[in-house]
Design a protein around this ligand. Structure first.
Ligand SMILES: NC(=O)c1ccc[n+]([C@@H]2O[C@H](COP(=O)([O-])OP(=O)(O)OC[C@H]3O[C@@H](n4cnc5c(N)ncnc54)[C@H](O)[C@@H]3O)[C@@H](O)[C@H]2O)c1
Ligand SMILES: O=P(O)(O)OC[C@@H](O)[C@@H](O)[C@H](O)[C@H](O)CO
Length: 464
């Protein structure tokens, strides 16, 4: 017999369940936040002082099952040899982010010290150059609301649509209430994510008022992060696994791998949980860590996401077991490693990655990883190709990841992408390699060596 997971049922089993006060606001209530930041907070917050109010970014439905469980959920840590399950208590409120009055007042609340985000790379609405496009219709309409609020109007039933629009209007309300400083902590797979968000929010604030720009400059801290824990989308079978292992009828479990890493750089003006007690590292220079992770793990993931399906594979562990895919990954890694500092112990990192990719019990679907490839390849493969070309080498390993994406575009088999119309048009162009490469990096499209190596890789894939 299973028992519905709620705070009262958990309390009846002898576990302390009083919700911690809300001090963290999270935007993007997906699987990864619950496997990573919420799990770190759960592990270290013994005093139960750091509750998380978590908001969905886009899909209204995702909050409902979690809200019905008072924010509680089971985290299944799935190793190659078995599962362990525990109930996470750090999320104290789970809300559809478009609900009026909720996300804005949570950001404005003086007790809120931290805003974290996992809204996907596309969720930031950055252009190809990594800056916010103020003319983007969604951003432009969010700015209209921000200006109304800056003029003294209440947002009433209106909520900005974009994640950064929500933060901006929440900060304006906080400023008007004389609220203290806070830290904004993006946890999506982008280099210098804190710096990118800082610049974007300043550009948006400049379009609203000088007072808001000053407030963002003076009291808001932006923390860059490198985040790592392979967390596939939850499947229905995971609900049955949790019921069997723990007895809880949990409609919102998350399955993740044993490995976890979190590197942060930046200040927390109103404090933070002692995440380092669960292994997080606070560093001065995050760049080497984020490059190692984005190039080696995410770069290989993207390579497999496009080369794997072309060879009949659906998951990472299937693709990495294919000698041809694995050889492509190793070649790409050799190139990336040449541009990473030796003190990062890249050989050990690579060996551990292979083991993680090979975990047959983590069903990480290539179609999930391959989404939004036009944004992801810019930070996962293009920098390695550029670095190799600058070193006078061909960059064929990095080129193979880009070429596999181009081939999938040409076959119209790419997973969804925010720029899918532009990508499809480039793939249909007579000079498709140049057009697609130009979409990823305009300068590379004018580089004959870059174009040649990508085209050679495309031809090699076709000839088998
Ligand atoms: N899953 C992982 O293994 C993993 C590991 C490291 C980092 N991440 C980062 O976390 C992100 C989310 O991963 P996940 O597994 O939680 O995915 P998910 O699909 O479970 O959740 C995505 C969340 O982002 C929100 N979102 C999606 N598009 C949005 C948009 N355009 N604007 C605002 N919000 C939007 C959704 O509403 C949802 O709350 C990834 O894109 C990545 O940047 C994931
Ligand atoms: O989550 P995304 O969509 O940015 O990328 C897909 C995967 O590469 C990614 O989720 C990795 O599994 C993760 O970054 C591991 O820490």
């Amino acid at each position: 017999m299973t028992i519905p997971l709620t705070r009262s049922a958990l309390a009846a089993s002898g576990v302390a369940t009083d919700p911690a006060p809300e001090r963290i606001v999270h935007l993007g209530l997906g699987a990864f936040h619950r496997a990573h930041q919420a799990s770190y907070t759960d592990a270290v917050d013994v005093e139960r002082a750091w509750g998380i109010a978590a908001f969905t970014g886009r899909s209204a439905g995702a909050a409902a099952p979690l809200a019905a469980q008072d924010g509680l959920y089971s985290l299944v840590v799935r190793g190659a040899g078995g599962d362990s399950v525990s109930v996470m208590r750090s999320i104290v409120r789970a809300v559809d982010g478009s609900t009026p009055d909720q996300v804005l007042s949570a950001i404005a609340a003086p007790a809120t010290a931290i805003v974290t985000l996992t809204v996907t790379e596309a969720g930031y609405r950055f252009g190809g150059d990594g800056t916010i496009e103020l003319a983007d219709p969604v951003i432009a309409s969010d700015l209209v609301l921000a200006r109304r609020v800056a003029g003294g109007a209440r947002p009433a039933g209106s909520v900005p649509v974009s994640a950064l629009g929500r933060i901006l209007v929440g900060l304006e309300l906080r400023r008007r209430a004389g609220g203290p400083g806070l830290a904004i902590v993006p946890c999506d797979n982008m280099p210098s994510n804190g710096e990118l968000v800082r610049q974007a929010l300043l550009d948006m604030a400049d379009a609203v008022s000088d007072d808001l720009t000053r407030y963002v400059t003076d009291v808001v801290s932006f923390v860059s992060t490198s985040v790592d824990r392979i967390t596939p989308a939850t499947r229905d079978a995971d609900i049955a696994t949790v019921a069997e292992l723990s007895g809880w009828d949990d409609r919102a479990p998350v399955v993740t791998e044993p490995f976890s890493d979190w590197v942060l750089s930046g200040g927390f003006p109103s404090g933070r949980p002692a995440w380092e007690q669960a292994g997080a590292r606070i560093v001065d220079d995050i760049r080497p860590f984020e490059r190692r992770k984005l190039w080696l793990l995410n770069g290989a993931h993207s390579l497999l996401a496009y080369a794997g399906p072309a060879r009949g594979h659906e998951t990472v562990h299937e693709a990495i077991a294919d000698a041809a895919c694995r050889a492509s990954v190793e070649r790409f890694w050799d190139e990336a490693e040449a541009h990473l500092p030796a003190d990062l112990d890249v050989p050990a990192y690579r060996a551990a990655l292979l083991e993680r990719f090979e975990n047959p019990r983590i069903e990480h679907r290539l179609a999930q990883i391959g989404r939004d490839g036009s944004m992801k390849l810019r930070v996962r493969a293009v920098p390695v190709l550029r670095a190799e070309l600058a070193a006078g080498r061909s960059g064929e390993g990095a080129a193979s990841a880009i070429a596999a994406w181009m081939d999938a575009a040409a076959l119209d088999t790419l997973p969804p992408d925010p720029a899918e119309e532009e990508v499809a048009a480039a793939a249909a162009a007579r000079d498709s390699s140049r057009a697609l490469l130009g979409f990823l990096d305009p300068e590379l499209a004018d580089d004959s060596a870059a174009l040649a190596v990508v085209e050679a890789s495309r031809r090699a894939a076709v000839s088998g």
